[in-house]
Design a protein around this ligand. Structure first.
Ligand code: G6P
Length: 606
């Protein structure tokens, strides 16, 4: 999705902004642009393509000045092109924007009637036009921005500069934006990793905040100009955490970081000896009254919810309903005031998940977020939050966020189980002992990555893959297939193994390889029958299981053994080889692993 950065300080803005844009690349984008205030006017450069294309175009040009804005665009209105790239300049006003202006057609029509001409196909271009309109009518810069913002419907984070002015103005409504507070400098950015190398002090802006940076000072107002106070928060992430650290891709680094990410998510929360789990500041309402739990999310986070459902229902005996956030928000679900609604999001900025949270809050229910990004909208606006301490996830395809989300669900299940009296200290202790072994088990799987790479390389020419799993591993294979689709562009579909005979079996022949995840649990034998059915039809089988099977091994094309754990935790282990397989196929096929085509890391529009 679009990314915004702005710099207002004493150093040259150009290099700082280009560096920040590179750190925002992971969000997914198709064009980039920069604006620098120089000698009384704002100079702009834009390019379709990568930030490196923009840099090549400007590196030898005179772009000097210590105030500027920059942008990566992910097309919503108007094709990816230089003309539609940001910044957009109208008269003496320059704007960058993330979000969607829903009433732009109406505004454009009325601005055209006032004699204004448009040069792009974007919704954004109405913003500088509106500001110029108010300036022409006598407003000063700040007032003109405020009046323009009041006319907009939809979501936006914007940065604005004016020719001949030292002032930078930024504002936000429903799209993420923060202010970085450095030494003698302020920055604005869509997210913290973009500017974490310059500061770790941030103000996470709220909806309807307007930031005015001028003369080395910064203040925040509401849309009527009244002063607003916002706290400066310090985040613990470092610049190095958001870099590749010797790995070829962020995604590979993040897969290999999973033992550490899990350990950090558990630290301070589990008390093995006492058989207890501790969460701070949850402020949960009376949990004995909960009759139903909802788990709502998008993409990979939704798959974590499906796993959460499996473990919650099995252990807590409370019905759990899972929903894709974009469906939940429109289907008017039947919520009871005592229901617990859990919203899961790596970024905490996914528009549909935030909208779902708002729907729930409107109905007066308690909302609990499971989130990875401190200060994100979801984490701030939910009643309670449990952070996954996975560290910055940069690769578009989510990996360590997924496994840490499952670990949070597991701890929450134990926490609720104890509070509701269905689990005692001994049960919790036994479960925690298994949980603590996971980082070690994942390290063991990662040590066998060469075996997975071999399978990947030998089979990446297939156009389709079918993934099969059952029970708690059905969501695991949904996630495994999603990983393959996302980054290698190979078509992959996942089915509950028992459903194979109801349709997908028609697809099976020698050109349809099957990935099966089946630890030796109660349905293992049944899955083996499915495997036999595949083999009879000449399908290739790759089996991921938790102990070597001497009967099946000679029949299938490869067996990969995953360490044994308890049922609830199996997905945390079995997803790792599937993540690796998708990664190695994509890498050998030469796709853009960290920024796959058409995808965005943080989907801040509906
Ligand atoms: C995008 C990303 C996915 C992610 C999904 C939900 O589609 O590409 O990797 O799972 O958004 O994101 P969230 O930040 O809410 O977990």
């Amino acid at each position: 999705m679009c990314g915004i950065v702005g710099y207002h300080g004493r150093e040259g803005a150009r290099d700082i902004l280009i560096d920040a844009l590179r750190r925002l690349e992971y969000r997914g984008y198709d064009s980039a642009g920069i604006a620098i205030s120089q000698d009384g006017s704002v100079k702009i450069a834009r390019k379709q393509g990568k930030v490196s294309d923009l840099w090549n175009a400007i590196c030898n040009e005179n772009f000097e000045g210590s105030m500027g804005l920059a942008h990566t665009r992910w097309a919503t209105h108007g094709v990816p092109s230089e003309r539609n790239a940001h910044p957009h300049k109208v008269g003496d006003i320059t704007v960058v924007h993330n979000g969607i202006i829903e009433n732009y057609l109406e505004l454009k029509e009325s601005l055209k009637q006032d004699g204004r001409t448009f040069v792009s196909d974007t919704d954004t271009e109405v913003i500088p036009h509106l500001i110029v309109n108010y300036l022409d009518k006598g407003s000063d810069f700040e007032e003109a921005v405020r009046l323009a913002l009041k006319r907009l419907k939809g979501s936006y984070a914007i940065g604005v500069m004016r020719d001949g002015s030292d002032t930078m103005i930024a504002a936000k409504k429903e799209s993420p934006l923060l202010v970085g507070v450095g030494k003698d400098e302020f920055m604005i950015a869509s997210d913290a990793p973009a500017i974490i190398n310059r500061t770790n002090s941030f103000i996470f802006l709220e909806d309807n905040d307007i930031v005015i940076i001028t003369n080395g000072e910064m203040r925040i107002t509401d849309f009527d100009g009244a002063a607003v106070n916002r706290e400066i928060k310090t985040v613990q992430w470092t610049g190095a955490m958001a870099e590749k650290g010797g790995y070829r891709h962020f995604m590979l680094k993040e897969i290999f970081e999973q033992p550490r990410a899990l350990t950090e998510t558990l630290i301070g929360r589990i008390r093995e000896e006492e058989g207890d789990v501790v969460f701070e500041d949850l402020n949960l309402p009376d949990v004995s009254k909960i009759r139903k739990i909802w788990m709502v999310a998008c993409g990979t986070s939704y798959h974590a919810c499906l796993i959460g459902k499996n473990m919650f229902e099995a252990n807590l005996r409370i019905p759990v309903e899972t929903d894709i956030a974009s469906e939940f928000r429109y289907r008017d679900p039947i919520l009871d005031k005592d229901d617990l609604v859990i919203l899961v999001s790596q970024s905490g900025e996914t528009a549909d998940t935030i909208a779902a949270m708002k729907e729930v809050k409107k109905k007066g229910l308690y909302t609990l977020a499971i989130c990875n990004v401190l200060g994100s909208t979801l984490s701030r606006d939910s009643h309670g939050v449990i952070y996954t301490h996975a560290g910055p996830e940069i690769g578009v395809a989510s990996t360590k966020a997924f496994t840490t989300q499952i670990s949070v669900f597991f701890m929450l299940m134990l926490y609720l189980g104890k509070l509701r009296g269905v689990l005692d200290g001994d049960d919790v202790r036994r479960h925690l002992t298994e949980l603590k072994k996971l980082p070690h088990h994942i390290t063991a799987i990662l040590k066998s990555s060469a075996a997975i790479e071999e399978i990947a390389q030998a089979n990446m020419h297939y156009g389709h893959f079918l993934y099969l799993g059952r029970g708690i591993n059905f969501p695991t294979v949904l996630e495994g297939a999603l990983k393959l689709k996302e980054i290698s562009y190979i078509h992959a579909e996942a089915y509950a193994a028992g459903e194979m005979k109801h349709g997908p079996i028609a697809l099976i022949d020698e050109n349809m390889p099957i990935v099966v995840v089946s630890p030796k649990d109660q349905t293992y034998k049944k899955t083996c029958s499915n495997i036999e059915e595949v083999i009879t039809r000449r399908g290739k089988v790759f089996l991921f299981t938790d102990s070597f099977d001497h009967d099946m091994a000679p029949k299938v094309n490869a067996v990969f053994v995953i360490p044994e754990t308890i049922y609830e935790l199996q997905p945390i282990l079995s997803i790792v080889p599937l993540q690796l397989m998708a990664y190695y196929m994509a890498n050998h096929l030469g796709t853009d692993v960290d920024q796959p085509r058409n995808l965005a890391k943080s989907v801040t529009v509906e």
